[in-house]
Design a protein around this ligand. Structure first.
Ligand code: SAH
Length: 219
């Protein structure tokens, strides 16, 4: 076993189980989502100095002024994407960050694409994800506010950074019956769930949230 993992291996299984208990207590009920969250070792995705806090239900810094999302938010967004559907299908994540959420998505569908605009972060994500056996996530260095037209349409799109308004490209790249979940707003943000129906798009506003901003261009 990788020594970095063995060091906290004695407690990580138990602390991960406690994280799942907390997610349940906060209202996450989808067992498929909870099982995927339980399967991903979050400590691999955070800086070594923060590894002991990896299973707290909080966002943590990951460098470049970005944060690894709070486990509850990851679970909640995936739960609303899945709700009432058999699976996520072809999925696009915008904002790979350290790759944590991409790993959870990779446990739920074989067809995941994730894009990140900051190249060194993507390199970290690639390194982290290579340590997770049995999942396949395709990563790309690009501006995700444009979606990923070359592999669209998507059954599910999940955005990990807040947009001032919903990017039209993401709406266009939804398959019929497809769902997009994203934080919308500036200082005050809410989670929006958009579905493409035969009649057009429907939107449901969910809880208030706090995300880093969706920026344009790459670096
Ligand atoms: N999914 C990550 C969360 C990362 S934070 C996790 O599992 O914890 C949000 C990420 O979105 C940051 O890494 C940021 O660089 C990225 N981001 C912001 N705007 C973007 C854009 N237009 N395209 C792609 N990535 C973007």
């Amino acid at each position: 076993m990788n020594p970095a993992l063995a060091g906290i291996g004695m407690t990580s299984q138990r602390t991960r189980a406690r994280m799942i208990d907390r997610l349940r207590a906060k209202g996450i009920a989808n067992e498929t989502v909870l099982a995927a969250m339980a399967a991903v070792p979050r400590h691999i995705f955070v800086e070594e100095a923060l590894a002991s806090r990896a299973y707290e239900d909080t966002a943590l810094p990951l460098g470049f002024s970005q944060t690894i999302s709070q486990p509850y938010i990851v679970a909640r967004m995936i739960e609303v994407l899945l709700s009432g559907r058999a699976g996520l299908g072809r999925t696009l994540e915008v904002g790979t960050g350290c790759g944590y959420q991409a790993a959870v998505l990779g446990h739920l569908t074989r067809d995941v694409y994730s894009v990140e605009r900051i190249e060194p972060l993507l390199a970290k994500a690639r390194q982290h994800l290579s340590q997770i056996p049995g999942i396949q996530v395709r990563l790309k260095h690009s501006d995700g506010s444009m979606g990923l037209p070359e592999v669209a349409p998507f059954d599910s799109i999940i955005v990990a950074a807040a947009a001032g308004r919903v990017p039209p490209e993401l709406l266009q790249q939804l398959a019929p019956g497809g769902r997009l979940v994203l934080p919308v707003g500036g200082n005050e943000q809410y989670l929006s769930l958009i579905e493409r129906t035969p009649q057009g798009y429907t939107e449901a506003r969910l809880e208030t949230v706090r995300f880093v901003p969706l920026l344009s261009g790459v670096e």
